[in-house]
Design a protein around this ligand. Sequence first.
Ligand SMILES: Nc1ncnc2c1ncn2[C@@H]1O[C@H](COP(=O)(O)OP(=O)(O)OP(=O)(O)O)[C@@H](O)[C@H]1O
Ligand code: SF4
Ligand SMILES: [Mg+2]
Length: 340
Amino acid sequence: MSVPQPLLDVRDLRVEYSTRRGTMHAVDGISFTVEKGQHLGLIGESGCGKTTTGRALLRVLPRNGRVGGGQMFFKERDLVTLSEREMRALRWREISMVPQSSMDTLDPVYRVGDQLREVLTLRGGMNNAEARARSAELFDLVGLASDRLDNYPHEFSGGMRQRAVIAMALALNPDLVIADEPVTALDVIVQHQVLETFRDLQERLGISVIMITHDISVVAETCDEIAVMYAGKIMERAPVRRFFAMPFHPYALGLQNAFPNLARPKETLISIEGYPPDLVEPPKGCRFNTRCPFAIERCFVEEPPLIEVEPGHQAACHRWREVEQLREQAKEAETWQSVA
Ligand SMILES: Nc1ncnc2c1ncn2[C@@H]1O[C@H](COP(=O)(O)OP(=O)(O)OP(=O)(O)O)[C@@H](O)[C@H]1O
Ligand code: SF4
Ligand SMILES: [Mg+2]
């Protein structure tokens, strides 16, 4: 019996930008999979390569960017090797994106419904009547009343604009939606409502989502799997529940300390001191070594591979076998202050 292939299978993906200072290795050999209907949270602090990964998948990198290596199998075709024409046919229809800050880029002089219909007619080849019917259906899907199709963007709240952009991404019924920080600019209550829309999609339509975010609570709320990025690498990958119950990587321990939850009120949050490394000249050894309170000599010479630490759970840390002790130490603020 043949094993079903994941919807998306990214292997050793590398993405580089040419800069005046040299080649920046923004994504430096990452591997992950997304199954049909699965929601993967891609998390990490600013500059770690989340947007670059999303844009590489759709092959819409900025001019100075390029895929420098690796493979991206989507329904068993390698996106790296498809022609531009094949990619054009695939965008929106099979993989679509809610780009970072996109709710602010709706055209202010066109009605929201017209902008949605344009996607349906120009990219989806629908006639006007079909596009009208599908627009109403899409608005309903994302929790907007269809009489709002005639509104201009300024007549929408932030949450409504974000839903409209999500409706556009769903317009042509894609298998995979890459949502880049879709709730970052929204207040907490609206965030929750928009995330509920994503959960709904999973239950009703079985659409896969890569949820790009710097906010660990967004992943907790909507995702099945998590991949933690740091400085262009994946440091930990796990089912979400397992990740929160048993994190393995010191960066993940730090991240979990830095976000409030029921057991950890705001006043007890601990931040990770320092900044990520320069990706034009990445450091030797572990990329987290300058900020890690548990770094040992080996961490400055040898890069830790991403290995399976329990079934279905991977981490890249030389000290993963001592994790129980590290977890205890990571709870203390002094542990993290000692690195500064
Ligand atoms: N066009 C570009 N030219 C050069 N460097 C770039 C370019 N776009 C992004 N970078 C750099 O690549 C790295 C990864 O950027 P990316 O936008 O993917 O990060 P991110 O994780 O999405 O961050 P954020 O959370 O701030 O959105 C960063 O160091 C960034 O400065
Ligand atoms: S490999 Fe070393 S520096 Fe990197 S996270 Fe593990 S202990 Fe810290
Ligand atoms: Mg980004």
